[in-house]
Design a protein around this ligand. Structure first.
Ligand code: ZN
Length: 507
């Protein structure tokens, strides 16, 4: 590599790391706001975060950065593989950031902040009418945003591509079509059986004991506590400040130990991904997970495929009973395994089981596309929501609070591009787990002995370490030898729930 190319590359990295530092500082402020900040800090904190994000945006869209990318891009044949990936990703970020004018970004975030505040009140009051105009404004602002990325086939394509690079509405719909009939049929068959009694979960366990148990499991699974910590919050999340500091949060219900536990395991899956990204990518645009869907696959693999498996609990349940004898001493492993996997016709997405969960996602996706394409008027959303719930899940919310006001997504950001990642994550989790088993068939028995190293290291090597150096489709194909597809996920659900309910769920 010529000396000038080397100099220009290090000038590029310096600029990119500066943008990353500003964004990481913003992430610290945001983490603090969601965990420890007293209420009185809210107003100044909003301003501080806006200031940091404005400076970061200025630096990320600086013309000088564009010149560096052009200059180096013209010599990409001389770059190492990793530097070529850096330039590819930095160019994608730069172009995305530059297509949208700064004053539009400011207007959109003001619109979303107002809409979020209105949604919080509307949800508390169960008053959809109070937030309907904000939703209309958000549809307009989402249209305007997407238009900066024209041409596209579907108005939501640019938003989906921002979260799940390489995916489009058409591809997401094809994936959904592949899984919907089997899920609807399974829900129908399973819920005709008498419901499992979940009262054995409704035992009081103190917050500190719940926290300690979740953290011990996270630690055993491989979450490095020298480079992480767990705090309490309202809506659990994982956040990365650097390779040396990846934090998770969880929430608590005094009378249901599984709520905090599975939130902790879910966020641990996200954190293992971030902690597993190769150190040398840290601080650059390559130094984090490659897409929302791949990220979600890591969370759901640990939460559901591992964390809700019989093998996992054959190891951990005796420990749970030992720690909380009053709560679980009288409940058998079989009964516990059954209730943590029980399938119900439920109203709330975040409480949904593995069989119904994706049906909640698909109806949201359909509704947002219908609204964006003008087929569904905002005024008719509550009714359309109820109709879809009845059709797919077989239960109807009696109010909008448990209906179209339950999720924050449509009210706090652009109207599309978020829900699909959850289902992509579920589907991909099964595909990755299968690929890991092909190479290391002993993984289930390792898990049943409390040993998670084999699975975690396989994921680290195949998925985590690449960060954004590989785009999502390349990660999937490299790790599994196939493109994203639903068959392994459907087979996983069929196997698990046929056995659990003593049924033969059809293909
Ligand atoms: Zn997640």
């Amino acid at each position: 590599m010529s000396q000038t190319l080397e100099q220009q590359l290090s000038a590029l990295k310096e600029r990119l790391i500066e943008v990353n530092d500003l964004r990481s500082a913003g992430a610290v402020l945001s983490w603090d706001q969601s965990t420890h900040m007293p209420r009185g800090g809210a107003e100044a904190r909003a301003r501080q975060r806006a200031t940091l994000s404005r400076i970061a945006h200025q630096k990320a869209t600086d013309a000088e950065l564009g010149h560096l990318l052009d200059w180096i891009g013209a010599r990409s044949a001389d770059l190492s593989e990793i530097d070529a990936a850096l330039v590819r990703v930095a160019r994608r970020d730069f172009e995305k950031a530059n297509k949208v004018p700064a004053d539009f970004v400011a207007r959109a975030s003001a619109c979303h902040a107002q809409s979020y505040a209105a949604w919080s009140r509307a949800r508390a009051d169960d008053d959809f009418g109070a937030v309907a105009d904000h939703l209309r404004a958000n549809i307009d602002i989402t249209h305007a945003y997407a238009t900066y990325f024209a041409p596209f086939e579907n108005i939501a394509d640019p938003l989906i591509d921002a979260a799940d690079e390489g995916m489009t509405v058409r591809q997401v719909q094809a994936l959904f079509r592949e899984i919907r009939p089997a899920l609807v049929a399974s829900v129908k068959v399973i819920t005709e059986l008498p419901p499992l009694d979940a009262s054995c979960l409704k035992k009081a366990v103190s917050e500190s004991d719940q926290l300690a148990f979740g953290l011990d499991v996270a630690d055993r699974v491989g979450y490095d506590l020298e480079r992480g910590r767990l705090d309490k919050t309202l809506h659990p999340f994982c956040t990365r400040f650097s390779a040396g500091d990846v934090r998770i949060t969880t929430r608590f219900r005094e009378d249901d130990v599984t709520d905090a536990f599975f939130s902790t395991v879910h966020e641990t899956g996200h954190a293992l991904y971030e902690q597993g990204v190769a150190r040398e990518l840290d601080g650059t645009p390559l130094g984090r997970g490659t897409s929302s869907g791949v990220h979600e696959s890591q969370a759901r693999l640990w939460e559901n495929i591992v964390g809700r498996s019989r093998g996992f609990w054959s190891y951990w349940y005796p420990e749970l009973q030992k720690r909380f004898p009053a709560a679980f001493g009288d409940t058998s492993l079989d009964a516990f395994y059954g209730v943590i996997n029980r399938v119900e016709r439920s109203l709330i997405r975040t409480d949904a089981d593995e069989v119904t969960y994706n049906l909640h996602i698909m109806m949201r996706f359909d509704l947002e596309i219908d609204m964006l394409e003008g087929r569904l008027d905002v005024a008719d959303l509550p009714e359309a929501w109820r109709a879809k719930m009845v059709e797919d899940i077989g239960v109807e919310p009696t109010d909008d609070r448990d209906g179209c006001l339950q999720d924050v997504h449509w009210y706090s950001g652009y109207m599309a591009g978020r829900f699909q990642s959850y289902t992509i994550g579920n589907v991909l989790a099964a595909q990755l787990y299968n690929a890991a088993l092909r190479e290391r068939p002993g993984i289930p028995s390792e898990i049943a002995h409390g040993d998670f190293d084999g699975l975690r290291e396989w994921l680290r090597r195949e998925v985590h370490m690449h960060g954004r150096a590989l785009p999502p489709n390349a990660v999937i194909e490299k790790a599994t030898g196939e493109a994203l597809h639903a068959a392994p996920y459907l087979a996983y659900l069929r196997g698990k729930f046929s056995e659990l309910y003593g049924l033969d769920l059809a293909e």
